[in-house]
Design a protein around this ligand. Sequence first.
Ligand SMILES: Nc1ncnc2c1ncn2[C@@H]1O[C@H](COP(=O)(O)OP(=O)(O)OP(=O)(O)O)[C@@H](O)[C@H]1O
Length: 264
Amino acid sequence: MIEANGIVQEVQGRTVLNGLNCRFDMGKIYGIIGPNGVGKSTFLQLLSGVERPKAGDVLLEGRSIYAYPRKQLARRMAVLQQSGLPPVGFSVREVVGMGRYPYQGWLGSDSDDSEAVIDEAIKAMGLTELRQRKMDQLSGGERQRVALAKLMAQQPSIILLDEPTTYLDIGFQVQLLDTVRAWQRERNLTVIAVLHDLNLASLYCDELIVLHRGAIAAAGAARDVLTAELIGRVYETTASIVAHPLTGAPQIMLQPSSYRDDGR
Ligand SMILES: Nc1ncnc2c1ncn2[C@@H]1O[C@H](COP(=O)(O)OP(=O)(O)OP(=O)(O)O)[C@@H](O)[C@H]1O
């Protein structure tokens, strides 16, 4: 379990997160949503243990995440950053192999099963044909799949994703989230993802956490959280909520502010 207790964080002298408390149970997919600039990425950074809050603590299995040695934490938790795509010049195989760094011994020696783990991650992401290709010779969608394969090779039990579908077309968005969910179910992973697309968040997340004005405005299952009232209050826009015709998950229909009841 991951617990965020009384998290306060300032960015450039401004309080962005003002006393957040929440709990992430293992084996679920969580979506962190909220308007631009509300502090979603800041919160994810704190949950990853990379940044420390001004006040409060993040506990992983009851122990402060900031007290874990780096490599030990990396064996439990992997992070897909918004701009975290690996450097150009390396091949797909090399980049996926970088996911094994938490398991390397002194002098960079690999653990015995590293080759097999890397091959499995490459296969799972459909990258076998591209394994020798250089990173700068890939499309945006392919690069994102490499980034995810690198995460897989890290064999974490918790993954943090910062806007993983940015720059992907709708086909790749669904493909990426399908892959994450299949992997999550197979390994009983805990996934915490910052997502902008509320409809995708509703379709893929077990629970949503809505940030607004430094606090948690709502948390829970999408059907309880995504209401027209909440969308109006948090995003300051009018929306109609409809049930997805197949899954029943709430889906948001946006509405132009010029719309009038007579339909013109
Ligand atoms: N390097 C920085 N310098 C100055 N201000 C920053 C910096 N990084 C973030 N901020 C500010 O901190 C606040 C929180 O930023 P953060 O990126 O966490 O928000 P977010 O909810 O993830 O935003 P978005 O939805 O636009 O990605 C914002 O108001 C942002 O302007």
